[in-house]
Design a protein around this ligand. Structure first.
Ligand SMILES: NC(=O)c1ccc[n+]([C@@H]2O[C@H](COP(=O)([O-])OP(=O)(O)OC[C@H]3O[C@@H](n4cnc5c(N)ncnc54)[C@H](O)[C@@H]3O)[C@@H](O)[C@H]2O)c1
Length: 151
């Protein structure tokens, strides 16, 4: 059997939570971790689900740890431990993250794609995903990640 695809979810908000849960349900995927900047109840949902939690940077990590959250590292470290990133951060942040994903040589999907200069294929992927979203996070996960996990 092929190795599981390691998926990182950057931004654990409305969409990120659902993507992480959907990844967790796949037999051939592994949730490498979720990353965020908050240190309150929002990220504590990930802790309760025993998802590996990462902080955007060192200062965020400190705040999370002060709030009693076990943090595995920063985004930079998460990017070394995954094959694919699903970016669910606000659009402006996502636009800044793209270079990081490219530099790390990772495949990535950006949810807030409209305001960024993404290749047409990624925009097409996002459009394909949209109708699946409403009631089918499992379908969303397969539709978004399968094309990326197969050569
Ligand atoms: N909700 C929707 O229906 C919808 C639909 C289409 C596209 N989108 C896009 O998807 C993206 C996510 O949407 P959402 O509704 O989940 O937003 P959200 O505000 O619920 O979640 C965004 C998360 O990103 C986190 N975040 C902020 N800065 C960060 C950083 N530097 N590093 C890591 N995490 C950071 C926030 O703390 C938050 O948890 C947005 O770009 C949005 O435009 C949303």
């Amino acid at each position: 059997m092929k190795d599981k695809v390691k998926v990182a979810v950057n931004g654990y908000g409305v969409i990120g939570k659902r993507v992480a849960d959907a990844v967790q349900l796949q037999d051939d995927m592994e949730l490498a971790g979720v990353c965020d900047v908050v240190s309150d109840w929002r990220i504590k949902v990930a802790v309760q689900r025993e998802y590996p939690v990462y902080a955007f940077d060192g200062s965020t990590q400190e705040k999370m740890e002060q709030a009693g959250i076990e943090v595995r590292g920063t985004l930079a470290e998460l990017l070394k431990r995954c094959d694919v990133v699903v970016d669910c951060t606000p659009k402006k942040i996502a636009a800044q993250n793209i270079e990081k994903y490219k530099e790390a040589g990772l495949k990535f999907i950006v949810q807030g794609a409209r305001s960024t200069r993404l290749p047409a294929t990624l925009l097409a992927l996002r459009i394909t995903m949209t109708p699946l979203w409403a009631g089918n996070p499992h379908g969303l996960c397969r539709a978004t990640l399968l094309p990326l996990s197969e050569p």
